[in-house]
Design a protein around this ligand. Structure first.
Ligand code: FCB
Length: 567
């Protein structure tokens, strides 16, 4: 128990039990560590809980097996063929914004390497490839006043090469690289952006929509709003109104998404027969001490301020009551005349609600929450709870995991066992969510196809299945060992039970070969889609670790999105 700690007196407590030294009766209360330690004693060690055991089984036949990238992170060609500048060009060219002053001028040179990129995808045997379009490559000043056909042509070449390899393109319209010309008139803070985004989406649907069935309007609005306009650790790098600007930006992001969705729904869907949604990111949050009500409440707040900020308006209508109440109370207490969180009109609530065809979900980590302004780094293994939360909270929508992965830093190790382990664990957790909990999981996307410019951490943080050799002028791509691990899961569409083996799908697939292209069609969300690879394997889940720093932003326990997901 806590006791007299020599020179520190009663100021620090080493105890499994807390002792209240202000109370003459010296009452003892068990801390979480006491419960934990008593379990260890009871189990005489650490038996594997059921939840950690591998579940054998497979995903639905038409499961989407994918991997992802984003334009600024891989394309390079920052001035090629009339491309306009984006906020990331400007941010990365500003000293000290990106680690080692790395920039995306050349990145992985994907602008000139369509063939090489598609070869990697074939080797993985993915059924889909998620990539984003650089808005300013296509519309140099962000508006349709001038369409840069040469830039658009790159996406035609890429989409055609993917389809020829029987890989379905899954296109993100906006993955953070806003045209600088639009930022010059206040970017996402200015509500005219809603029409600009709609015009841009219109152009892309009209030009590429006959070949593309899978769309994402906006990637991670949470990060755009909070990291870009609150912390300022991503472009446009604004941090001087952290409690106000992110909410204004978030409001416009939601409206812009809804307009693009309605445009597709009203004008293109009948003919092009695709599906379109927004991709929302969130960590899961657990109470640091599950026996303490304050920590339980803090964990709930983290989730509502993170996933809920954008998911609640899109799936349930309007911001959650929790968000509205907490922000209003804090705003008024600070002497402001009204809440820092803007309000939607009843018509706007209706217009935004239901603008989804699936729940696009990016997930990396779990954090431990507690009600203070600063918490130290926590390490925690993740699980399938957040998938269940989505099912319960947002009406059991079909879910496509649009990103999940793990990074490495330091010396290159092509034998990335930790990454293979992470993918296996995570994908297996997704399988459990699907088979045991009935969560409607339709697809899984590994972040990332190859090492690339990891935003403010530059090229030093590497998420790739493939290594990109930056000392080779050709920027050659080399498979890490996780390529074989992931493609085996794909090939088996999950995890076959060894007891019913041997399983052919487990044998390594000879490099460079790929399944013959056929005209088979599969059903997805009521559409017939052609994916001859649909029966190849796959599988999923969740896992591991990581870390986060809790911080107070603008409201209660909103928190800092720690981007340290490295091993
Ligand atoms: C996500 C981003 C993606 C990549 C991964 C690691 O937040 O959407 O571009 O940086 O994190």
């Amino acid at each position: 128990m806590d006791s007299f700690e020599w020179l520190q007196g009663y100021t620090i407590g080493f105890g499994l039990h807390h002792v209240d030294f202000t109370n003459p009766n010296r009452p003892r209360t068990p801390k979480y560590s006491a419960h934990f330690f008593s379990q260890v004693v009871k189990d005489n060690g650490f038996p594997k809980p059921d939840d950690d055991k591998m579940l054998y089984g497979h995903f639905r036949k038409d499961f989407i097996w994918s991997t992802a990238t984003a334009s600024y992170q891989i394309e390079g060609g920052w001035r090629a063929d009339g491309k306009g500048l984006s906020i990331w060009d400007k941010f990365a060219h500003t000293p000290l914004r990106v680690l080692n002053d790395d920039d995306g001028d050349v990145a992985c040179d994907s602008y000139n390497k369509v063939e090489e990129d598609v070869a990697m995808l074939r080797q993985l045997k993915v059924t889909h490839y998620r990539f984003s379009i650089s808005w300013s490559r296509v519309l140099p000043d962000g508006t349709t006043k001038h369409i840069n056909e040469a830039g658009l042509n790159y996406y035609h070449r890429l989409v055609d090469a993917l389809l020829a390899a029987n890989i379905q393109p899954h296109i993100t319209l906006f993955h953070w690289d806003l045209p600088q010309a639009l930022q010059d008139i206040k970017g996402w803070e200015n509500e005219t952006i809603i029409d600009r985004f709609r015009d841009y989406a219109d152009l892309i649907f009209s030009r590429l929509g006959h070949k593309v069935k899978f769309w994402i309007t906006i990637n991670e609005p949470y990060n755009v709003a909070n990291i870009g306009h609150g912390y300022g650790a991503a472009a446009p790098g604004i941090s001087f109104r952290p409690g106000t600007l992110p909410y204004i930006v978030g409001h416009n992001l939601l409206k812009a998404h809804a307009e693009a969705w309605h445009l597709y729904n009203d004008t293109y869907r009948a003919k092009q027969k695709g599906i379109i949604s927004i991709t929302i990111n969130s960590d899961w949050s657990e109470p640091r001490n599950p026996y303490k009500q304050e920590d339980i409440d803090a964990a709930k707040r983290v989730v509502q301020f993170y996933i809920g900020w954008f998911a609640h308006p899109v799936f349930n209508g309007d911001y959650s009551n929790m968000m509205k109440t907490i922000i209003r109370e804090r705003s008024l207490a600070a002497g402001l005349p009204k809440s820092r969180l803007p309000e939607f009109s009843p018509e706007e609530i209706k217009r935004i609600k239901g603008t989804y065809d699936y729940f696009g979900f990016n997930h990396y980590t779990t954090v431990l929450a507690f009600p203070v302004d600063y918490g130290k780094l926590q390490h925690y293994d993740a699980d399938r709870r957040i998938l269940n939360f989505i099912k319960e909270e947002y009406g059991n929508p079909p879910i496509i995991i649009t990103e999940n992965g793990m990074s490495g830093r330091g010396p290159i190790d092509l034998n990335d066992i930790y990454r293979s382990y992470y993918y296996e664990q995570y994908i297996n957790q997704a399988l459990k969510a699907n088979l045991l909990d009935g969560v409607d999981i339709r697809g899984y996307t590994a972040w990332s196809l190859m090492d690339n410019l990891e935003w403010a951490t530059g090229f030093s943080e590497r998420f790739g299945l493939f290594y990109v050799n930056r000392s080779d002028p050709e920027l050659s791509r080399v498979a890490k060992s996780s390529v074989a691990a992931y493609s085996t899961i794909i090939n088996c569409n999950g995890f076959p039970d060894p007891a019913s083996g041997p399983h052919e799908c487990l044998s390594p697939v000879p490099e460079g070969t790929s399944a013959p292209i056929t005209d088979d069609t599969v059903k997805f969300l009521g559409m017939n889609l052609s994916t001859s690879d649909a029966e190849t394997g796959l599988n999923t889940t969740f896992a591991l670790l990581v870390v986060a720093v809790l911080g107070a932003i603008g409201s209660s326990v909103c928190f800092f999105r720690a981007r340290n997901r490295s091993k």
